[in-house]
Write a protein that binds this ligand. Structure first.
Ligand SMILES: O=C(O)CCC(=O)C(=O)O
Ligand SMILES: [Fe+2]
Length: 381
């Protein structure tokens, strides 16, 4: 794991061993958290009732609390996308386009990925986070482009405030990687990744068409045969002061599409029409969001949605995000077909950048708001 350093003097370390973290202690006592730990270990400290000060996340005081969405979040029936009935298919392509344009987010139902596989994958992730710290340390990874990397917060080397989250990130395509523990994890991950990829590729074909491009446009332009697919398991243990901590701060994702599943515990919020809205997942659905490279490719027609993960004080939340992106060597720029309309009204609004460089930039910095996309967005009057 990437460990949080809360440095302690020798004397304080002795005290820490003897004094459980408890509600009667001053916030200062929280510096007695173990020297290096995952959030899971910290959250399981007996009697923990405060969060250590370096986990205190300040939200914008002008921002109102998250609410339920006024309109229902779009639902995409995947079976219509693969239907042989052309009317059904063209209707769902229209729905997809509308969902991407108005929300940057939709729930996919009837996708054909067995519910049992989704559940087993979530359980297997739990099993991974349950490994001993020394076992997880084997998979710590050093560089953001290492194919297997687990850690805590987002980028604990750069984060000024730590997030209440542990993670496991694995590159599963074009080459398949996997931690070799716990037993059975690798086999499940292979199957889960294969099946989610099939869904993602079909969605991207539909999205391509919804942009008025040929069905395989995105596939070809983004070299998806060698496209990077990253599996991220997120663990958010119960937090004694959930209103002060953050699981993952507002951000947009780097790839083209992200497909998310979770255990029965909610926590995902989207920024929609200037407000935070809670996402209530339909059972057995994939929560899909458009990501930065779809915004770039579509020349801003489809916005990469800003989202965050909040924590709670009752139950552990696990989410699994599957990010499907271009191949690492693809230089992404707006599709020329979408970058002009003959009268020059839609000039390219993003600077071309190699996906590898973009990914490195996003992952090596602090995660906050849309800073990474802002680096390639041109200010067009
Ligand atoms: O846990 C969640 O709901 C969100 C996870 C996420 O945004 C991510 O992994 O990029
Ligand atoms: Fe995300």
């Amino acid at each position: 794991m990437t460990f949080i350093s809360i440095s302690l003097s020798k004397k304080k370390k002795k005290m820490a061993a003897a004094t459980p973290l408890c509600g009667h202690s001053s916030p200062e006592t929280h510096l007695q958290a173990p020297k290096s730990t995952s959030i899971k270990t910290l959250a399981e400290s007996p009697g923990l009732t405060y969060i250590p000060p370096n986990y205190t996340y300040t939200t914008n005081p002008h921002e109102s609390a998250a609410s339920e969405p006024e309109d229902s979040i779009p639902i995409i029936d995947f079976s219509s996308l693969t239907s042989s009935d052309p009317d059904q298919r063209s209707q769902v392509i229209q729905d997809l386009g509308k969902a991407c344009q108005e929300w940057g987010f939709f729930m996919v139902v009837n996708h054909g990925v067995p519910e049992s596989l989704m559940k087993e994958m979530v359980d297997a992730c739990n099993g991974f986070f349950d490994l001993r710290e020394e076992e997880k340390r084997e998979f710590e990874g050093k560089h953001v482009l290492d194919p297997i990397r687990c850690g805590t917060s987002f980028n604990s080397k750069a984060d000024k405030v730590f997030f209440w989250r542990d993670f496991l990130k694995v590159f599963v395509h074009p080459q398949f990687h996997s931690p070799n523990k716990p037993t059975g994890f690798s086999e499940l991950l292979r199957e889960y990744s294969k099946q989610t990829r099939k869904v993602a590729m079909e969605l991207l074909r539909g999205i391509s068409e919804s942009l008025g491009l040929e069905e395989c446009y995105i596939e070809k332009a983004m070299d998806l045969e060698s496209g990077l697919q990253i599996f991220t398991g997120n663990l958010y243990p119960p937090c004694p002061q959930p209103e002060l901590a953050m699981g993952l701060p507002p951000h947009s994702d780097h790839g083209l599409l992200t497909m998310l599943i979770q255990n029965e515990i909610g926590g995902l919020q989207l920024h929609h029409n200037g407000k935070w809205v809670n996402v209530k997942a339909l059972p057995n659905s994939f929560l899909v969001n458009t990501a930065d490279h779809l915004e770039i490719l579509s020349n801003g027609r489809y916005k990469s949605v800003v989202h965050r993960a909040v924590v709670n004080n009752k139950a552990t939340r696990i989410s699994i995000a599957t990010a499907c992106g271009p191949s690492l060597d693809t230089i992404v720029s707006p599709a020329p077909e979408l970058a002009e309309d003959g009268e020059g009204h839609h000039p390219p609004a993003y600077i071309p950048m190699k996906y590898r460089d973009y990914l490195e930039l996003q992952q090596s910095n602090q995660l906050d708001r849309k800073s990474c996309l802002d680096r390639v967005r041109l200010q067009i009057a």
